[in-house]
Design a binder for this molecule. Structure first.
Ligand code: NDP
Length: 495
């Protein structure tokens, strides 16, 4: 056991084990071996975390801080993340198997969320209402909600946390993060930086364990005012139902089955790179994966040839090497799920033109690797075109004209993102308007920013993260009426 890193939870400013002392193992997806022990919190720990966050919201230094002081703390945190970006990126790679090339870039970018929302902290302004009532002064205040809960997925734990924590703290709330059981380490490392930045105890807490244990206990805990969730549509629906039983505010960032549409007037060299980055980057484990490639029939065959030429050269292997292009799948259940979907697609009659199973290359060792896989001849009604795989599996679907492309693109239950490749500006604008998706990329793919709203249409989610809009979902509006009249008129009549 000596080689294991032994983590503790962070609750009320203290590092602590689970109340019953239980732990679970966290695995390295490249080696398939455990490397860390994480506290397995349950209802009692959920209660401790919720009480700590509530106490920090209602008493102590945090509620007394001026907005600009909250902003200054967030900016200090940003600087500490930047300082430790490289170190945390390596821990993340060990824990979730994503490429160091991607995680190092992500960790270097995450400080911007805390700079941006730190800057917004003292710009939350109410309004003076030009009221129609005589002798009345009427204004609004935007006030924080209380203790907020962030539940994150395993693919980009600290990025998904930044989407939630930045606006939540800028608005004056306190926060508990329940990271995925598969990737708790980076969030616990991050908590050390929150401590170093000097946030009062209980303002930020990390409660680790399993979703159906500590996660559910937190969702229904009466001290929690809001739940911000990133994960699958199935779990998100459950969390929404559970939170609704107590009328909690909820934002949901869920899955997708995003179309990447290539028209015959596109710059095909760029579009091929866009198709690859849409599905094989991050081993397809990204909510915005362009997992349905819609190709105009005129360019279909030549495009597939070019795609195969590029995809078949993808370098697989150790995700901690800067030149690796496709890493392992993060979790054993996900590994089995991806392989199962490949079999489903074959059974449905799709043609596998690349990959199609476990990667048995020597450079993949015992890791959970799936070959980059491409299916052609996919019908949009097939399960492989309708259900989120969350792995390196691409479905290619041909179309005849713009209307058919649009129909296929929108004919799924999801609506997270879409890509459009064309050199025709009218077509680009028309598609951007008619695609049912929270994000549309034209001649690019997978661009995100702290300042741009992000979220889903249809069953891809509720609410928006990032940008100025995000902060409003961590605030509630109070209307204040002050009478300037010298006496109260008829008390039996509404004013
Ligand atoms: P899951 O839905 O399985 O889990 C998400 C989180 O919810 C985890 O922390 C999980 O904990 C927790 N959880 C599970 N059950 C419960 C419960 N009953 N109550 C409270 N919390 C619970 O998703 P994955 O982690 O597998 O992530 C992949 C999914 O996330 C994909 O569908 C992907 O599209 C989506 N995603 C969406 C993004 C977006 O911004 N729209 C971004 C990134 C991913 P535990 O791990 O312990 O079970």
């Amino acid at each position: 056991m000596a080689e294991f890193v032994r983590y503790k939870m962070f609750i009320g400013g203290k590092w602590t084990d689970a109340a019953d002392g239980e732990v679970f193992e966290s695995f390295n997806p490249f080696t398939g071996k455990p490397w860390a022990l994480i506290p397995r919190g349950k209802a009692e720990d959920a209660n401790r975390a919720a009480e700590a966050a509530h106490t920090a919201f209602t008493t102590g230094d945090w509620p007394k801080l001026k907005a600009f002081q909250r902003g200054a703390l967030l900016r200090k945190l940003a600087d500490l993340i930047a300082r430790d970006a490289e170190r945390i990126a390596h821990i993340e790679v060990r824990d979730n198997g994503k490429l160091i090339a991607e995680m190092a870039g992500q960790l270097r970018y995450i400080p911007q969320w805390y700079h941006y929302f730190g800057g917004l902290a003292d710009k939350i302004e109410g309004a003076v209402i030009p009221t129609d009532k005589a002798e009345m002064f009427n204004f609004t205040r935007h006030e924080p909600l209380g203790a907020c809960l962030g539940i994150t997925a395993w693919n980009s734990p600290l990025l998904l946390l930044a989407y939630k924590l930045g606006p939540a703290l800028a608005a004056g709330n306190t926060f508990i993060c329940k990271p995925s059981e598969f990737t708790s380490a980076s969030t616990l490392e991050f908590a050390k930086l929150v401590e170093e930045a000097g946030f009062p105890p209980g303002v930020f807490n990390v409660a680790t364990g399993f979703g159906n244990e500590i996660g559910d206990a937190l969702v229904v805990h009466p001290r929690i005012a809001k739940v911000a969730f990133t994960g699958s549509e199935r779990t998100g629906t459950k969390v929404y139902e559970r939170a609704a039983s107590q009328l909690k505010r909820v934002t949901l960032e869920l899955g997708g089955k995003s179309p990447n549409i290539v028209f015959d007037d596109a710059d095909l060299d760029n579009a091929v790179k866009g198709a690859i980055s849409g599905i094989f980057a991050a081993t397809g484990q990204t909510c915005v994966a362009g997992s349905r490639l819609l190709l105009h029939e005129k360019i279909h065959n030549q495009f597939v040839d070019r795609l195969l030429a590029l995809a078949s050269t993808a370098k697989m292997g150790d995700p901690s090497h800067m030149d690796t292009q496709v890493g392992p799948v993060t979790t054993p259940p996900q590994y089995e799920k991806v392989l199962n979907y490949i079999e489903i697609a074959k059974g449905e009659g799709a043609t596998c033109v690349l990959g199609g199973g476990r990667a048995k290359r020597p450079e993949c060792g015992d890791g959970w690797f799936v070959e980059p896989t491409i299916f052609t001849g996919v019908d949009n009604k097939m399960r492989i075109a309708q259900e989120e795989v969350f792995g390196p599996v691409l479905s290619v679907i041909p179309f005849r004209d713009d209307d058919e492309a649009l129909h296929i693109a929108n004919d799924v239950m999801y609506g997270l993102a879409a890509g459009v490749w064309t050199q025709n500006i009218r077509r680009a604008l028309a598609m951007s308007e008619r695609l049912q998706a929270g994000t549309v990329w034209v001649n690019t793919y997978r661009a995100i920013s702290y300042m741009t709203p992000f979220g889903g249409y249809k069953r891809s989610g509720l609410g928006r993260e990032n940008g100025q809009e995000a902060i409003m979902s961590y605030l509630q509006t109070k209307a204040v009426w002050i009478s300037t009249a010298t006496d109260v008129p008829n008390p039996f009549v509404m004013r």
